[in-house]
Design a protein around this ligand. Sequence first.
Ligand code: Q46
Ligand code: ZN
Length: 318
Amino acid sequence: MKCRICGGRAVFHMPQHRLALCRDDYIAWFQKQVERTIRRHRMFNRQDRVLVAVSGGKDSLALWDALLELGYRASGLYIDLGIDEGEGYSKVSYEKVKAFAAERGNPELIVVDVARLYGLSIPEKARQKRGRATCSVCGLTKRHIMNRIAREGGFAAVATGHNLDDEAAVLLMNVLHWQTGYLARQGPVLEEREGLARKVKPLYRFRERETAAYALLKGIDYIEAECPFAEGATSIFAKELLTQLEARSPGSLLQFYEGFLKNRGLFEGAVREATETALHACEACGQPTTAPGRCAFCRLWDQVGVEVKVQPAEVSDS
Ligand code: Q46
Ligand code: ZN
């Protein structure tokens, strides 16, 4: 197969776009698409500082790489969850993130070590709160830390590496259960409001295999293993279903998701409810919460007073 642009040997084929490209043209195409998505949804501009949540996986590192290549002021945020399972998942992820930054002249990398800061790692905390799923403890903690660092560090937005497979799987689950509140909040941009940082997903139009191809062709060394706690997640099953659908009818995932964005007005009532729910400042940490008193994070971690400020860039190249 030949590259549509230069006629050279194509290394990657995207049936849904009827497009095959060689290495260099694929890399250029990918970055151009990232730029287009950022502009189309007015995610941020080149003056803004952007906080990229990096896990060491292909999506987040591909995103950080593309933003740096495109000249954005992108800092990395690595949250050390302390997951020893899966042959030292967190340790290996951190090594990948550090090596990535070192190879790119050490752009700002903020590292937050959950166990050091709050006394227990994520799996330890989940074990202590018997019956609480590790992913629920993890998700709540990560959201709190991301928001805090973004607000305290004056970042214009938090960017995450969610791809089309992730977003379409969440959409499918939300539709299956008609979670109108969640549907109202789903999208590539979550606007800032009352203490909640703006969140953006510049890779939302790429299939997972496309971000993997970008990472591979750019020589990004990422952690291939999934988090050991992701196993059996319903979203993985939803992704498998959607992959089958896509194989039979290329382009249906993008159509499904973009169609949803176009028709989001259908959930206007729920959108209004979601954005008009009054937020209160948490008594302990000051971050926004829907119910008065302490926020879910502070209740989980038994935080009673205003937290000590994290020193950003605690570790940048050590
Ligand atoms: S990192 Fe955390 Fe995920 Fe691992 S423990 Fe679950 S939520 S699966 S994105
Ligand atoms: Zn709180």
